[in-house]
Design a protein around this ligand. Structure first.
Ligand code: AQP
Length: 324
């Protein structure tokens, strides 16, 4: 059975962009692939975290996967730091990754600007750790949002380089990126992607926001000049809101435009708030019903399964490289 691997950083509660850009795909893929879905906590610590909050976030991200439909009977769900081979392979790949290719990574450039006081080696090396996460499991595909495409391409380059130096060891995985929803934009600035560590919470809709907060954030969302409810290249804010509406309600953007023809932004935002609230309420009732101890058990079992695969691959890497 072909494999799929992906992960999310527990930097905060997840938002609609994480769901529509990535996790929605995971849920479908687990039916036809051997799926490995990880909570990538070692990535999260590349920016400063409060230990107590981080522990809670790791558990919340795992619960979010489950409440969104990732099924532990079909998918291996685990925490990155529970499988030490991720960090071990990252060291190995560091010896073939080039400084110049890491300097080109746009996420590093953006995060370095955002965290000027803490531009640490981990932040710079993030893509190599991500390559290790992926390559340990030999997946054919990696479902991600548009922002992670560059990192998956680097992963392919590192896999090919290792293979040519030491013989065929890694599969070169392909990024799997949705046509719609691959880049959900910030509500307060449609030129920036929705991000869970954005400076303003008004930028994102967190899956754990209350219905009141959702309605408030949507009512404050930036709109374009003009008054009609239409998408288009010159209307980035409306296009973003229509995309969210369309993906959560399973209606085409054309149909939604027709429904709101002759109506204004207030009506549209009210309708969007209803669609988002309904989705979020269903999600939250599943999330709240999950028992923390049962989730921890799922993560333990997931790590045990992941370790079997990761240890085998790491042994192969060491042998190929001449490590005794
Ligand atoms: N705005 C987005 N639209 C579509 N997909 C998105 N993803 C993130 N933001 C959007 C996808 O969600 C998955 C998990 O992302 P991540 O947490 O590992 O890191 P990220 O890409 O850096 O996401 P955030 O929300 O912006 O986190 P912070 O603020 O902590 O850096 C990935 O597949 C990503 O593409």
């Amino acid at each position: 059975m072909k494999r799929v691997f992906s992960g999310v950083q527990p930097t905060n509660n997840l938002h609609l962009g994480n769901y529509l850009g990535a996790i929605k795909n995971w849920v479908e893929l687990q039916n036809s692939y051997d799926a490995f879905y990880c909570v990538v906590d070692l990535h999260a610590i590349t920016v400063k975290q409060d230990p107590k909050q981080l522990r809670q976030n790791v558990l919340n991200v795992a619960k979010t996967y489950l409440a969104l439909g990732v099924d532990p009977d079909k998918s291996t769900i685990f925490v990155q730091s529970h499988v030490p081979q991720h960090a071990e392979l990252a060291w190995v790949l560091n010896t073939i990754a080039k400084l110049s290719e890491l300097e080109r990574m746009t996420q590093f450039k953006d995060k370095a600007k955002e965290h000027k006081e803490n531009i640490n080696m981990g932040l710079f090396d993030y893509p190599v750790l991500m390559a290790s996460d992926i390559l340990l499991y030999s997946p054919e595909v990696v479902p991600v949002g548009e922002d992670q495409k560059q990192h998956v391409e680097l992963t392919r380059d590192l896999a090919a380089r290792f293979n040519s130096l030491y013989g065929k060891t890694f599969i070169e995985p392909k990024p799997l990126i949705n046509k719609e929803g691959a880049r959900i934009m910030g509500l307060d600035d449609p030129t920036k992607k929705m991000s869970k560590s954005a400076a303003s919470a008004n930028s994102y809709i967190a899956l754990l926001d209350s219905p009141e907060v959702v309605a408030k954030k949507i009512s404050r969302a930036v709109t374009d000049s003009g008054t009609t409810i239409e998408s288009g290249a010159d209307r980035p804010a409306l296009t973003n809101l229509l995309t969210i509406y369309s993906l959560l309600s399973n209606q085409s953007i054309k149909n939604i435009e027709k429904e709101y023809a002759g109506k204004g932004y207030a009506d549209f935002k009210k309708g969007l708030a209803q669609v988002v609230t309904q989705f979020i309420s269903e999600f939250q009732s599943k999330f709240n019903a999950l028992d923390d101890n049962k989730v921890k058990k799922i993560l333990e079992e997931g790590a045990a399964k992941a370790k079997v695969v990761a240890e085998k691959k790491m042994e192969e890497v060491k042998t190929k490289m001449g490590l005794l």
